[in-house]
Design a protein around this ligand. Sequence first.
Ligand SMILES: Nc1nc2c(ncn2[C@@H]2O[C@H](COP(=O)(O)OP(=O)(O)OP(=O)(O)O)[C@@H](O)[C@H]2O)c(=O)[nH]1
Ligand SMILES: [Mg+2]
Length: 337
Amino acid sequence: MVESRPEDAERLAGALAAGDRRALARAITLLESTRAEDRAQAERLVGALMAKAGGAIRLGISGSPGVGKSSFIEAFGLRLLEKGHRVAVLAVDPSSELSRGSILGDKTRMPELARNPGAYIRPSPTGGALGGVARRTREAVIAVEAAGYDVVLVETVGVGQSETDVADLTDMFLLLLAPGGGDELQGLKKGIVELAHALIVTKADGDLKPAAERAAADYKGALGILGPGAPGQSRGGAWRPQVLLCSAHERTGLDKIWQTVEAYRGTLGEAGLRDRRARQAKRWMWREIEDGLMAAFKSDPAVAERARALEADVGQGKTSPAAAAAELMQRFRGSRA
Ligand SMILES: Nc1nc2c(ncn2[C@@H]2O[C@H](COP(=O)(O)OP(=O)(O)OP(=O)(O)O)[C@@H](O)[C@H]2O)c(=O)[nH]1
Ligand SMILES: [Mg+2]
């Protein structure tokens, strides 16, 4: 193996599409690389993969820590494999920089799925800003689709911006909820519930079953109050969010969830799906520009030279935020002229 030889993007794309799992792993590693010299190669690879991608249904899965995301994905993924699907699991882990904990945990909590040749599990990359993590996940979706996986599950823990990002790179967003009922609902950020196409109450088994059923009824009521969301808005079209129950341990409720995914997909239609993805792509373009501009701005020597002093002035009320920003932007433009 000549490790340092730059990998030919087209060849890698070809091997990956032909079903070479190691090529897929190498491709995602390249897409995840934060090294500037890998970026051009990564972009060529994405370019080569785009034509082969887009064929999967992309499902975002979120929920609080411990709600049962990994267990659900294991059970749901295995059920989908039985139905003849090929399942890829990607994780967006906003805490990975800090803890690195849940990433390893995820693979060990999906032991059967991880072993199955019809499934591909990619733990989330460590390091980098969340914006970067979202980009890498977006590109990893393209890679697994080009490799022929037709169901892509993107998991994130319900923290901060990551849920919004995941909803924005998937076709359908599933929010997992513990069987806690009303209390749980109090803690939910309304914005997140509004992104969800389905609320899934987990752990509907054993002693927890009655609580899960009560919780589901509560959520149904709450959704009625929230309303279906404006047409064409975040949830899209005529879809009404569903409340479902499942048990990963007893493997119940999984078929109903898949039927709901298919029903949603049917409601969206080809044009609706294209439209949703097109809107997402446009938003991501602007996000890339914002991220790129900010990075260039912050690393600009002329800006850096004055930024700290101006920040201090703004903090002390000596200069207005707008005036300080204007001066820094002036410097930024000046150093580019
Ligand atoms: N009774 C019951 N317990 C479950 C079920 N699914 C998960 N659990 C339990 O809930 C706990 C958390 O499950 P995970 O699947 O790791 O949850 P998670 O949401 O992935 O957790 P984090 O990745 O840490 O955020 C574990 O102790 C599981 O055994 C279920 O269907 N029924
Ligand atoms: Mg987990």
